[in-house]
Structures are given as C-alpha cells and as structure tokens.
Write a protein that binds this ligand. Structure first.
Ligand code: SF4
Length: 338
C-alpha cells in the first residue's frame, strides 16, 4: 500500500479517536485548567501509557530494566485490570501507548489487549524490538486492530546493534521487519515506524539508517534522542548538539518550565501503579493503584494534585522533573519514509 495512504489512514484514525464521545473536549478543558494553573478537579486523561510487562528479551546498555531493576521481580499486567481501566476511562482516553518498560509482545494477551482498547475507538500504538516476532505473531498483528507499531531497531549496523543491545540479532530483526512489511503490503494498518537511537556511534549513520528504512519500505522514521541516567553515561551522547536533549547541554540556554503531561495523560505500570509519566521508570512516585482506586480518585487525589502544584511552581522542586525537563518530553522527532 502506498505510504501516503497509510499515513492518511493513520491520521484519520487519530482524529476519529478524539472525536469519539467528544474526547477532544476533555483535552481542551484540561489544557485550559493547566493554563489557569488549576491542579485538581480536572477531567480524566486523554492519553494513557500502559505497561503490559517490564520483562525484556534484550539487555540494552543504558536500560534500567537490566540494571537498576535487575534484581526486581518482573511481571505482566492482569488483562482483567487492563479491561477495567479501559472500561472506566474510555470516555476520555483517545490515544493509548501500550508500552513503557519491557517488550510488550512477551505478554501472551497483548493482541487481546490491543483489540479491546481499539474496540472502544481508542487509537492504539505499540512498540517492539521485533526480535520476538515470527510468522504467527505477524499474522496476529496484521489481523488485529493495532493502529501503529514502532520498531526499535535503533542501529543501522550489526556490530553497533550487538554492542548496545547485548545480542547479535540484527540480521534476525531486519528479516522479521521484512516479513512484517510483506504481510502488510496490501493493508493500511498498522502504520509501521522504524526508530533510530541517536548516540555517539550512530550520529553519522543517519543516511545509512534512511537507506535501510527505504530498503525495508517502512512508513515512517523516528529519531530518538538518548536519555541517560548517570553522568558516567554521557560518553554515549552525540557530539552534534541538534541530536542531544536540551537538558544535557551546558550552553547556558534557559530550559522551558512547562509540562502539561500530568494534566492530560496517565501512566500505569504492569502491577497497576500509576506514576506521573514514563520518565518515572523506577516507579519512584506512586500516585495510587488502579486495582484499588478508580482513575478519577487518583487523578484528582492529593498526591497528583500536589505534584501538579509543584510543577506549576518550578521543575527543580521535583527531582524527577529536574532530571527530565520538557526538552525530554518533546525530544523525539518523526520523518516520513519515502
Ligand atoms: S517534567 Fe518530565 S518528569 Fe516531570 S511530569 Fe513532565 S514529563 Fe514527567
């Protein structure tokens, strides 16, 4: 299928999700509350990020799953809890990102979760490292109602991939992408994006990445700016400033003090814990658990209201936000492929 049609079909589905049950009104009202600095009594989230699992089949160098959380017990979201969350919040949620930490396709019920959310006219996006994808899963993906699939290939060359990801599986993943694109060739769903991680070893290989994306015939390219958690990891940052998140640059430019995320979105970990956003990868800021409380109680509860209040004052009062800043929030950028 022509990529222009695939992208237009995706845009149509995004608009449909926001128009369904007039969800865009929730978005507009919550943005208005943000502008007038209201931190509580707001409407439900319009965007949700839900983590099917924090288990992963790769060992990426800078990923906290294999480092800071290596000794924690990983787990899988109970599909019943997932359905309950969707049922309770489908009035406001238009866009669901069904990944956070971990590899979503390790969850045995991932396709049912995708289809359940999509059946409520919610736009569903999933990310995968594509290592786990085989012919059976490809068929289930193309038969499903998935709207967008982001493939985190991240490196255009085998040795760089193996060095960063801890497994020499570049060729397998490229072959899986080829099979997936072949299976989807006469369809408009899902839109398939290929991600490049901008690191010191990759920053001069953008052209090679574009060539590879062209060979694979994917619909869209995503360039992801690297996030580091420790100073000693700064050697991975690209030398070109345009590829580095603003908060890591010591160029004296004032950082923006504006983050609307806790007014419009919700992030839920596999065990039901709600955290302020995906940057809280260790689950340090527990706002409540959807197994015990309705989202409305968490969204308008004391902890998140206090968090929003702090954010309206200064990023630096919240250690998590001081490390992130809005420069991280809007740091990835998409490109049309072809
Ligand atoms: S500033 Fe960053 S860490 Fe804080 S809420 Fe916004 S996105 Fe999350």
């Amino acid at each position: 299928m022509n990529k222009i049609f695939v992208r237009l079909a995706r845009d149509y589905r995004v608009i449909r999700a926001f128009v369904t049950r007039a969800r865009f009104i929730y978005l507009l009202l919550n943005l208005y509350y943000f502008m007038i600095k209201r931190s509580t009594r707001i409407f439900g989230p319009v965007f949700a990020q839900i983590e099917p699992t924090d288990a992963c089949n790769l060992s990426c160098r800078l990923c906290i799953v294999n480092r800071d959380l290596a000794n924690s017990k990983y787990g899988f979201m109970d599909p019943e809890i997932f359905r309950k969350f969707i049922d309770e919040n489908s009035k406001s949620i238009a866009f669901l990102v069904l990944y956070n930490r971990g590899e979503p396709f390790l969850h045995k019920d991932i396709i049912q979760m995708i289809d359940y959310a999509a059946s409520q006219n919610i736009f569903v996006k999933v990310s995968t490292n594509a290592l786990f994808i085989n012919k059976d899963i490809i068929k289930r993906i193309t038969d499903s109602k998935l709207d967008e699939l982001l493939i985190t290939l991240d490196f255009p060359e085998r040795l760089d991939y193996a060095d960063y990801k801890g497994k020499d599986t570049f060729e397998d993943v490229v072959e899986n992408i080829r099979l997936l694109m072949e299976a989807r060739k006469n369809m408009t769903t899902p839109l398939i994006s290929l991600q490049l991680l901008l690191t010191r070893v990759n920053e001069n290989k953008v052209t090679r990445f574009k060539e590879l994306a062209g060979e694979l015939n994917v619909d869209q390219l995503v360039y992801k700016k690297l996030r580091i958690n420790r100073k000693e990891e700064s050697g991975y940052l690209p030398e070109q400033e345009k590829f580095v998140r603003k908060s890591y640059l010591n160029n004296g430019n004032k950082l923006s003090n504006l983050c609307v995320r806790p007014w419009i979105s919700a992030t839920v970990l596999w065990d039901g814990t709600v955290v302020p956003c995906c940057f809280d990868a260790k689950g340090e800021y527990e706002l409540g658990n959807i197994k015990e409380f309705k989202m409305d109680n968490i969204y308008n509860g004391n902890i998140l209201s206090y968090f929003r209040h702090g954010l309206l004052g200064s990023f630096n009062t919240i250690p998590l936000c001081a490390r992130c800043n809005l420069s991280n929030y809007f740091s990835n950028f998409n490109h049309k492929a072809g």
